[in-house]
Design a binder for this molecule. Sequence first.
Ligand code: ZN
Ligand code: FE
Length: 264
Amino acid sequence: MANTTSTLTPVPAFSDNYIWVLSKDGRALVVDPGQSEPIEAFLKEYQLTLDAILLTHHHPDHVGGVETLKALTGATVYGPLSETLPACDVRLKEEDEIFIEGVGIRLSVIDVPGHTAGHIAYFGYKDNETPLVFCGDTLFAAGCGRLFEGTPGQMWNSLSKLKELPLETLVCCAHEYTLSNLRWALAVEPENTALQQRWKTATKLREQGLPTVPSTMGEELETNPFLRPLQEKVAASARTYANATLDSAVEVFACLREWKNNFK
Ligand code: ZN
Ligand code: FE
């Protein structure tokens, strides 16, 4: 058996979505194909057979290409238990495990409600060694998803699960929102040197038209305010913004989400 390693690629779609492809030995899985065309082109260019389509939540920019891709390839579609999804074959919930044979990866499911009510994330080890998480619109580079169907308490609980993943976990999120997130994060924590450095690195990447993702959980823990509501400077900034005491992590988190929503 050839000892090849798998390849992880964020394929751009729409104006700022990424459709993740994990491929190995001519076989592939995709995550959240909101459009089929970019994936059809990718599969053709690299001569890949699509075995699996993984869905994190029901939004059209994540599921729009599912039916076409499934019809073209016969791939098995996996998705969250409780959401309305096109052509979903296998329904998943927390602690379920799936094995994608062609690509050779085992993934476990984490329930992460907040952005939508039934949002899930997929965690596993690429080539049995590098941890990665497909987290959809829950955790972004230096940000987090908007609360369309959930409460701040739910989202904080979901992010708390993700932040327990290994520090080297590749955070494979579904949008290129990094610069706008970082601009806001710098308003929250102007003195965070890791954040200042991240701004420089991300700006350079975007100037070259390159993705800023995946990041690692370690980077997120150092620079993403949404993962650190109890950090002294983050909490102090939120209290000043809200002009309120904000005692708990959830209260600070709710304030940060509100602040980001209104940030221009
Ligand atoms: Zn979404
Ligand atoms: Fe989205």
